[in-house]
Design a protein around this ligand. Structure first.
Ligand code: SF4
Length: 115
């Protein structure tokens, strides 16, 4: 059996707080490994917010993600994995797709235009 090792350190830059949208996924993974977990909002706040029922809590989690140093990596990973639900990378996922907002519980109004 052959085991190959992927050297991801070649040509690696020092991690910075900002991640560009042009950054490769491999580079993003490298940077995520260097980020102190204390800088990740979902690690220092109540993680239930990222899977909350209340739309206001979901919007709060999405806002907290905006300051996350690995937001781009988190979002791309969630898209790749087609996350079934929760807030990932500042976006709300449901059944593997990004949706704009969480609907409140209960039956929709008969006349949505009046809402
Ligand atoms: S972007 Fe991802 S890692 Fe960062 S706070 Fe949001 S869910 Fe957590």
């Amino acid at each position: 059996m052959t085991i190959s090792v992927l050297d991801r350190t070649a040509g690696q830059q020092e991690p910075g707080p900002e991640l560009s949208s042009e950054t490769s996924l491999g580079h993003l993974h490298d940077q995520a490994g260097h980020v102190d977990h204390e800088r990740l909002p979902c690690r220092v706040n109540n993680p239930e917010l990222w899977f909350a029922e209340l739309p206001s809590d979901v919007e709060f989690a999405k806002a907290l993600c905006q300051d996350c140093p690995v937001q781009a990596l988190c979002l791309s990973g969630a898209l790749d994995r087609r996350e079934p639900w929760g807030v990932w990378g500042g976006e709300l996922f449901l059944q593997g797709a990004v949706i704009p907002r969480k609907r409140p519980r209960g039956r929709p109004r008969k006349n949505e235009a009046a809402a």
